[in-house]
Ligand binder design. Structure first.
Ligand code: HC1
Ligand code: SF4
Length: 575
């Protein structure tokens, strides 16, 4: 431990800490912009400048190390002026159409301007030529709002190992872009949206589909069915000021009914259906020398990645469509028939924590008829906007239940899909029962839970030993994939999710600002806990015990992996 003085107060710090860390540990706030704990920290933006006694120039607190006896002033006139000037310069090349910006009231630059007292357009003048990329199905890039903080660049490189985004040009013309300023659609972007989640401003955001949904709701010809992904319930409340990790399943359902959807279903039913199909597919591969390890295919960002980076491993992917696509297919076939509605008049909306789902829904590989099985995908953030637009006081809503007819029941296994390891655990709950020919009391597979790192487990069921692994984010998945490629993978079954922590941290989830990220609070774990809490509260916790799933097979699909099931619920990616 060493002693330093910050703002005339002697405090303790540790050797090796930066000024920013030491200040934070002592409750002293220094504003930042480009800094994100464990991701960036190069002092590039200079917003965190402080005065250090004896140093010739101001020092960037996020990189400057503390020394015993150091005297620091975070709010001297010089530091305050320099900081404000940096932000004024950024603002001078910013489009400033704040009122109509997607990040209005939720923008880190806006907050910083307020905090630092930026009041005038001090450097107004020429602006650099912007790029608008609206070509890809999920992500929009608008460089007129970019502040060149580099948070997206580092995230794509460090989390996904892709490095899709980088700096191009120099000086005033500097731009963050995919190579040659190409569209996301023309490079190896997996559409995970992790870059969106760390963008402090409106330079990166999802392609909004709210207006299509409102149009459908107002079309008397359309029967509008909505489904909500497992992870949405663990984060939507944040958009209404509730603490991270608040589970809002009942309020969300109530809000969707008030918005006017004709039917409110849970994607969890689709998740239970996926487990039936994927569980049997796995057993079939296991018992008939099929391609192993089998890898889950429900995360469309991950599917995009494997198509670009490991096309030779495509046969390892489960042929199952993802849960929301399965439920969409069921709505436009079984439901349409049961209700006597022409499937062309049904409009299916999926509320997802994901931006890659926007592209997934329109892939030809997912079509079972001339029309799409899912018509629109809204992110969790878009749903919050829709609820606000409809004047609904979300926080005060009473809990309501999903519609119960046909696809209303879901198991705890379905809910946990939204957290890393959840799909694997859900599959094991069913596969183990089938292999053991009994209703096993073993339900919780703790070894595959958790929002960090790669998890693995060896499970013995009767004579059979299963080796499984779970990875989330592509940097963690890559070594597992290289092992498969090199023929040395020890696993039978692998779950891979595109986003770190799984869907609870998808690219469409509420923004977690830098202050919270830098505080070290594990927001992924808090959101995941909401899902595991719901799992444990449910009477049915295994997908094959869902009585409506059993009825669906009895009355319509026959057996899992039947011809009918294959036609509607499976696909094959061949890029
Ligand atoms: Fe997911 Fe899935 S879990 S992919 O993360 O398999 O998006 O939540 O809806 O489809 O069920 C996302 C979440 C989601 C699908 C399911
Ligand atoms: Fe990189 Fe994902 Fe952003 Fe694409 S969406 S640029 S892969 S972080």
């Amino acid at each position: 431990k060493i002693k330093i003085t910050i703002n005339n107060r002697e405090v303790e710090a540790y050797e090796g800490q930066t000024v920013l860390e030491a200040a934070k540990n002592n409750g002293i706030h220094i504003p930042t912009l480009c800094y994100l704990k464990d991701v960036t920290g190069t002092g590039a933006c200079r917003v965190c400048q402080v005065e250090v006694e004896g140093a010739k120039t101001l020092c960037a607190a996020c990189v400057y190390p503390v020394r015993d006896g150091m005297v620091i002033k975070t709010n001297s006139q010089r530091a305050l002026d320099a900081r404000r000037r940096v932000v004024e310069l950024i603002v001078s090349n910013h489009s400033k159409d704040c009122l109509s910006c997607i990040r209005n009231t939720n923008c880190e630059l806006q907050r910083l301007c307020q905090e630092l007292g930026v009041r005038e357009d001090a450097f107004a003048g020429e602006k650099s030529e912007p790029t608008f990329d609206t070509v890809s199905p999920g992500i929009v890039r608008n460089t007129s709002k970019c502040v060149l903080c580099g948070r997206c660049v580092e995230t794509c490189t460090k989390v996904q190992g892709l490095g899709v985004l980088g700096y191009m040009n120099r000086g005033f013309k500097t731009k963050v872009a995919p190579i040659y300023d190409k569209s996301f659609d023309d490079v190896n972007c997996m559409q995970c949206g992790q870059c969106i989640n760390v963008c402090p401003v409106g330079a990166l955001h999802e392609k909004e589909e709210i207006h299509y949904v409102i149009e459908a709701l107002n079309d008397p010809q359309k029967h509008v069915v909505v489904q909500t992904a497992p992870a949405v319930r663990g984060a939507l409340g944040e958009e209404f000021g509730m603490p991270i990790g608040t589970r809002v399943t009942g309020k969300m359902v109530h809000a969707l009914k008030l918005v006017g959807f004709d039917k409110v279903y849970d994607t969890n039913f689709g998740a239970d259906l996926t487990i039936m199909e994927e569980g049997y597919e796995f057993l079939n591969r296991l018992q008939n020398q099929g391609t192993l390890p089998m890898i889950t295919s429900c995360s469309p960002g991950w599917v995009n990645y494997v198509e670009h980076e490991y096309p030779d491993l495509l046969d390892h992917l489960s042929t199952c469509k993802s849960p929301h696509m399965m439920l969409g297919a069921m709505v436009k076939s079984v439901y349409a028939e049961a209700k006597g509605i022409d499937p062309r008049d049904i409009y299916v909306v999926s509320i997802m924590p994901c931006v890659a789902k926007k592209g997934e829904k329109q892939r030809t590989e997912n079509k079972t008829s001339p029309y799409q099985d899912v018509d629109a995908v809204l992110t969790t953030r878009e749903l919050a906007k829709l609820i606000k637009m409809f004047g609904i006081n979300f926080r005060d809503l009473k809990d309501d239940d999903f519609d119960q007819d046909l696809f209303g029941e879901y198991s705890g296994a379905g809910v946990i899909f939204g957290a890393s390891g959840g799909v694997m655990e859900a599959a094991l709950r069913t596969v183990a029962d089938i292999l053991a020919y009994e209703d096993l009391s073993m339900i919780d597979y703790h070894a595959v839970r958790g929002v960090e790192g790669v998890k693995e487990s060896t499970i013995k069921i009767g004579e059979q030993t299963l080796k499984v692994a779970v990875a989330q984010s592509m940097t963690l998945a890559k070594p597992l994939l290289d092992d498969i490629r090199n023929g040395v993978s020890p696993y039978h079954f692998i779950e891979i999710m595109g986003c770190p922590g799984g869907c609870i941290n998808g690219g469409g989830q509420p923004y977690v600002n830098a202050t919270i990220r830098n505080s070290g609070f594990n927001f992924k774990q808090a959101r995941a806990k909401a899902l595991y809490d719901e799992d444990i509260s449910l009477p049915v916790r295994k997908s094959h015990k869902n009585s409506q799933i059993q009825n669906l097979y009895k009355n319509y699909l026959g057996e899992p992996n039947s011809e009918k099931a294959h036609h509607l619920l499976h696909t094959h990616y061949t890029k």
